[in-house]
Design a binder for this molecule. Structure first.
Ligand SMILES: *Cc1c(COP(=O)(O)O)cnc(C)c1O
Length: 394
């Protein structure tokens, strides 16, 4: 049977690895040598589980969406990551990484953020643990995402503007890497998705795998079986998806659907559908599928959803795509926005626009009436209210 997990060298098939500047090697190597050992410590597991329960509010419900299911004539369950503290799945990872940082003796945390969601999740856990927090953010993004900047500041983080290049996520990432090179001993870099040099994609996936661990017993309780027929998740870098798929990767009766943002359309030049438009390349320290020009320059991605507006996918997903283990679908801005509003009307849940992309697949693909489809509702829509208002002229 094929292996969909990372191998010892840090690869998923041909994707992954650690393509980093020499000066970063000691930091990444320290993490690589320790992460599995630390995660296996009973004390670590106990503290992680306790915080997920009492601070994040886990387990998140697995909710049978009755009216949505009736509309699409299949059985749809929503994994309610939107009900987590701070409103999305990202907190699962930042809790795990802050505990890892403490075990490694680090007392200074850095992160990069685009839309600000990962910055807020990082600032949150730094406040929780009383650690210094520096978040790098493109100057343009700081202007665009004022509420999240305010949240980070209230939580005690220092937000440092990245002033180079296009002054967005890519430039913030460069600044964070520069900081880490200059502060190798006392600093941990919290990456926010299943991306980056090995061991980050695997570590983030394992912290997020609590999602599919819960789905298994929750589905057993409600349907009498652990395995759904389909698991569905949206993909930016791929952390909520990795967590949702993890315990089903090698269960061949479970179909995996990955949903990317098509933006204004896959062929419009304004898109983030990496599986269609991407080629093998190196971004953020790993080899993966990446949207790039013929001479290897990274193409600016576009999506109405800030969390899916990323030019690559994590290496696990590149491998799932290449091997055909996962079916990739691309959803446009319009399709996502309509699906988001539909969930409001049918279930009384306002989803994050990222999650709305996953919800939109039911308009494109039909399922059998007795199929069980579990969909990761990765986040809540409060942060997107302005976007919804503009779009629907509410
Ligand atoms: C950040 C974000 C995503 C995309 O990130 P992944 O790492 O691909 O999961 C999806 N949904 C929400 C709500 C987010 O905040």
């Amino acid at each position: 049977m094929k292996n969909y997990n990372v191998n010892e060298k840090g690869y998923y098939g041909e994707f992954g690895g650690a393509y980093i500047p020499e000066m970063l090697y000691p930091n990444v190597e320290e993490l690589r040598q320790n992460y599995l050992k630390v995660m296996a410590e009973p004390e670590f597991q106990k503290e992680f589980d306790q915080l997920l329960k009492d601070y994040v509010g886990r387990p998140s419900p697995l909710y049978f969406a009755k009216r949505l299911s009736e509309k699409y004539n299949t059985k749809i369950y929503l994994k309610r990551e939107d009900l987590n503290h701070t409103g999305a799945h990202k907190i699962n990872n930042t809790i795990g990484q802050i505990l890892m940082a403490k075990r490694l003796g680090k007392h200074r945390i850095i992160a990069e953020t685009g839309a600000g969601q990962h910055g807020v999740a990082t600032a949150t856990v730094c406040a929780l643990m009383g650690l210094e927090c520096i978040v790098y953010m493109g100057e343009i993004d700081i202007k665009r995402q004022a509420p999240n900047v305010a949240r980070m500041k209230m939580l005690g983080a220092t937000v440092v503007p990245a002033l180079s290049g296009s002054r967005t996520l890519k430039d913030a990432t460069n600044e964070a890497i520069r900081d880490w090179i200059n502060n190798p001993v006392d600093t941990h870099y919290i990456i926010g998705s299943a991306i980056g040099p090995h061991p980050y994609p695997d570590m983030v996936t394992k912290f997020q795998s609590v999602i599919s661990e819960e789905i298994k017993w929750q589905l057993k309780e409600q349907e009498g079986r652990e395995n759904p027929d389909y698991v569905v998740a949206c993909i930016g870098g791929g952390s909520n998806a990795a967590g949702t798929y993890y315990h089903f990767l090698h269960e061949t009766d479970v179909n995996i659907i990955a949903v990317e943002a098509a933006g204004l359309g896959v062929d419009s030049g304004e898109s983030a559908a990496t599986s269609v438009l991407g080629k093998e390349g190196i971004i953020h320290g790993c080899k993966t599928l990446l949207m790039q020009t013929n001479d290897g320059q990274i193409t600016e991605p576009y999506s109405i959803s800030a969390g899916l507006d990323y030019p690559g996918v994590g290496p696990m997903h590149a491998h799932l795509c290449k091997t055909g283990r996962a079916e990739f679908m691309a959803i446009t801005d319009d399709e996502a926005m309509k699906a988001g509003l539909k969930l409001c009307e049918l279930e009384g849940i306002i989803p994050a626009i990222e999650s709305s992309h996953a919800l939109a697949i039911f308009e494109q693909k039909s399922f059998k009436p007795d199929d069980v489809v579990v969909l990761s509702l990765s986040g809540r829509g409060d942060k997107d209210l302005e976007n919804y208002i503009d779009y629907f002229k509410i």
